[in-house]
Every structure is written in structure tokens, then in C-alpha cells.
Write a protein that binds this ligand. Structure first.
Ligand SMILES: C[S@@+](CC[C@H](N)C(=O)[O-])C[C@H]1O[C@@H](n2cnc3c(N)ncnc32)[C@H](O)[C@@H]1O
Length: 276
């Protein structure tokens, strides 16, 4: 590592470091440099011969990435639904398929002027509540999490988007801290079976954001119980690709209007909306 580089050389050196461990090393080198310099793709293409000084932190980032730490935790930044959010190890990194959960809500409530009370269980970084608050400007959202660290990340993001008036964060489990009448319950709960071997990069993420119990669908079932008991009109929830049958079976003897399952970008079952 030198003290000064031109962009082209810098990218080459970063790529060499990342190559043995990261599949798209050259692209990640570009993404790191854009983040580091706060420049866009066009700048990078047109400034290949520009000088970059003070590269120490950039190389620290690359070393962390070499150990498989997720890009998003290193740069404290993640994009979701075309918006940039703050992220750190306190909260799960939002996944692209969770955008489909937002789409589900928008399909069920086409009028963006609706005045609704939403509850989100497992707010994590806040991405779902924030996107709903941005869209349904007249609605209120109560967002719950059992992790203080996740609530801290969500708070940062809520402030970043100036949505403190619309979103209220509450610490606790499931709907225990929510006493208001809820019109729409939404959740991307932990739903992986405990003990499953996960990819190495997932070890950096909060484990209580991933594992849903010994079977995996325990939290989903508890939320279904609550949605039915409280007669919450809509409940949209993300789930595992192999959980549809178990959920259908669980609901067999219960009364509700309808349930519709949706698939993700790879055509795997990924969630459902229950209407009461
Ligand atoms: C899969 S993450 C989802 C985070 C975020 N909503 C998203 O979609 O990226 C699940 C979240 O649920 C929280 N959680 C786990 N068990 C919970 C419980 N019993 N009650 C409330 N939140 C819980 C975790 O702390 C974690 O933040």
C-alpha cells in the first residue's frame, strides 16, 4: 500500500487483494472506491487517471471484505427499494426479496391517502416501516423489536428520513407492546430452522434476526394467532420457501376470509397475505 495512487492502479490493487476470496472482485473494488470517494459510476469512468490520497481506510475496508464481512456492514450503507439506509451489525441486512412484501401491502391498499394503523413486528433496520410511512403519509406505524441494537439502527434511519412523527418504535416481543387497534400487521420475522448451517457471511448478522425456532416457523405461527385473535384485517408476512404447506395446515380449523401466497424473484414461495 502506497500513500498516493491513481484511480486505475488503486482499483487494480484492490481487485488483486479481493480476488482470492470474492467472486466479483473487480466490481466490488469499484463499489468500494465509489463509496469511499462519494462519487458515481460516471466519475469513476472519466477519472481513471485522477490521483487519490489517503487510502488507508479504504484498504482497511478491503481487508475486512477479504474476511467475508458483508460489504454493507463495512460501508454502513444499504440500498432498499431505491433508497439508501444506514446499516450496522445490530440489524439484519435488508434483502431484495423483502421489497416484495412492500409491493404486497401496496396491492392490498391501493389508496395511498388511507388512514391506517400499521404494526410491524421485527423492525430491524426500519426499511419496511419507513417505506410504508413514506407511501402512506396519513398512516401511523408502530414498529416493534426485541433487539435494542436493531431499534437503534431503525431510529437512525427514521431520523434520516424525518419520519419520527409517523413511526413509533417499541421494545418488546411480538405484539406485546402494542395495545392499539391494528388495521395492518406486517412482518419479516426470523424464519430459519435453528441449527441449519449458514453461509459464512451470515455469521456477521444478528442470529436472532435469522432463526425462528427449532422448526423455523414458530414466530410466524404466533403472529398468525395474534392476527386471528385480534381480527386484524390484513397480515402480510415473509416466510421460508418450504413453509407454505405447514402454514396452510396450521390454519386448517380457523376462520378467516382468505390467504394468498406470493413467490420471490426465483419463483420460490416467499410470503403471504392473510385477510380477516
Ligand atoms: C429477519 S429480521 C427483519 C428485519 C427487517 N424488518 C427487514 O426486513 O430487513 C427479523 C427481526 O425480528 C426481530 N425479532 C426476533 N424475534 C422477535 C420477537 N419475538 N419480537 C419482535 N421482534 C423479534 C429481530 O431482532 C430482527 O430485527
Amino acid at each position: 500500500m502506497r500513500s498516493k495512487y491513481i484511480v486505475k492502479e488503486l482499483l487494480r490493487e484492490m481487485t488483486q487483494i479481493l480476488k482470492p476470496c470474492i467472486p466479483r472482485a473487480a466490481r466490488e473494488a469499484q463499489l468500494f472506491l465509489m463509496k469511499y470517494l462519494n462519487v458515481d459510476e460516471l466519475w469513476l469512468i472519466t477519472h481513471q487517471k485522477s490521483e487519490v490520497q489517503e487510502t488507508q481506510q479504504l484498504f482497511e475496508w478491503v481487508q475486512r471484505r477479504k474476511n467475508n464481512e458483508p460489504f454493507e456492514y463495512i460501508t454502513n450503507s444499504v440500498s432498499f427499494y431505491s433508497e439508501e439506509f444506514y446499516i450496522d451489525e445490530g440489524a439484519l441486512i435488508p434483502r431484495p426479496e423483502t421489497e416484495l412484501l412492500i409491493d404486497e401491502v401496496l396491492k392490498n391498499v391501493p389508496d395511498k391517502n388511507s388512514v391506517l394503523t400499521f404494526a410491524e413486528v421485527g423492525v430491524g433496520s426500519g426499511i419496511i416501516s419507513i417505506m410504508l410511512a413514506k407511501y402512506f403519509k396519513n398512516s401511523k406505524i408502530i414498529a416493534v423489536d426485541i433487539s435494542e441494537k436493531a431499534l437503534h439502527v431503525a431510529q437512525k434511519n427514521i431520523e434520516r428520513f424525518g419520519l419520527q412523527e409517523q413511526i413509533e418504535l417499541r421494545f418488546g416481543s411480538l405484539l406485546a407492546p402494542v395495545h392499539e387497534k391494528i388495521d395492518y400487521l406486517v412482518s419479516n420475522p426470523p424464519y430459519i430452522e435453528e441449527g441449519v448451517d449458514l453461509a459464512q457471511n451470515l455469521s456477521y448478522e444478528p442470529q436472532n434476526a435469522l432463526f425462528g425456532g427449532t422448526v423455523g416457523d414458530e414466530i410466524i405461527k404466533k403472529l398468525l394467532d395474534e392476527a386471528l385473535k385480534q381480527k386484524i384485517k390484513f397480515f402480510s408476512c415473509e416466510m421460508g420457501y418450504d413453509q407454505q404447506d405447514k402454514i396452510r395446515l396450521y390454519l386448517k380449523e380457523t376462520n378467516f376470509k382468505s390467504i394468498k401466497f406470493y413467490k420471490d424473484y426465483s419463483s420460490f414461495d416467499r410470503g403471504f397475505t392473510l385477510i380477516n
